[in-house]
Design a protein around this ligand. Structure first.
Ligand code: ADP
Ligand code: MG
Length: 242
């Protein structure tokens, strides 16, 4: 299998709290993988481990066949792993364009001139072009989420990690963001998306993983997983077809 990401027996604890308890899975190139699980399950910690802002206690993370477990986050970003943050983290005193420029120059290593062309394309793709010259601090929540996406895309990722990017949006905003993410998916970028808004996730992902107390408790086709007794017990009242 042509795996972009290969995680093996990954373990991480904070004191007595196990946020990753022997997690293993592979993500083939071009796949869109959803991750769900209750608050505190360890989902964001998994992204922190994959991107290198957290070091695992044991286990390995291979990216394109190479063990990156000991690489710092800047090296992993340059190699093509980019993320959005659950709570948007724009440089509020910089313009939208400058925020994306940071991704292209620091994340992808482009020159200023190369980066400017790329940024314009990404701002168009993410629906932010009309806001390019506005301060990032003046953006609405949806626009901040789009900026998270734009900045991550500017790093020219092969693997894009989205952390609850639809959280807090209205239904219409959510649908418009899903369309943008599906557009990114069709460009061939491998996506891992942590999300509580299940219908948004199911409109994009090919596969679903469920994490609870740091353990992977399900992995497979999204609809059967959402309909499984175990997942229904965790997400009482959730309907995969709703
Ligand atoms: N840097 C940290 N130090 C100590 N505890 C942490 C740290 N990061 C996360 N945790 C704890 O680890 C658990 C999992 O957190 P997190 O990965 O953010 O969960 P999720 O994203 O699934 O809601 C939570 O109990 C959280 O409080
Ligand atoms: Mg989280």
């Amino acid at each position: 299998m042509n795996a972009v990401l290969s995680i093996s027996s990954l373990c991480k604890s904070f004191g007595t709290v196990k946020v990753a308890d022997a997690i293993s899975f592979d993500v083939p190139m071009g796949q869109s993988l959803g991750i769900i699980g209750p608050n505190g399950a360890g989902k964001t910690s998994l992204f922190n481990l994959i991107t290198g802002t957290l070091r695992a206690d044991s286990g390995s993370i291979k990216y394109q066949g190479i063990d990156v477990s000991t690489n710092n986050s800047a090296t992993r970003c340059r190699a093509g792993i980019a993320r959005s943050f659950q709570i948007p983290q724009p440089f509020t005193a910089m313009s939208v364009f400058e925020n994306v420029l940071v991704g292209a120059t620091q994340g992808a290593g482009l020159t200023q001139r190369e980066a400017e062309t790329v940024c314009l394309e990404i701002l168009t793709q993410t629906g932010l072009v009309s806001r390019a010259n506005d301060l990032a601090g003046a953006l609405t929540l949806l626009e901040r989420k789009r900026l998270e996406l734009a900045r991550a895309l500017a790093a020219n990722p092969k693997l894009l990690l989205l952390d609850e990017i639809a959280g807090g949006l209205t239904e219409n905003e959510c649908q418009s963001l899903v369309a943008t993410i599906n557009d990114i998916k069709s460009s061939g970028i491998t996506i891992i998306w942590i999300e509580h808004i299940v219908h948004a996730l199911l409109a994009v992902v090919d596969r679903l993983i469920v994490i609870d107390f740091g353990q992977m408790i399900a992995d497979g086709k999204p609809k059967p997983i959402m309909n499984s007794r175990q997942v229904r017990e965790i997400y009482m009242g959730l309907d995969a077809d709703a």
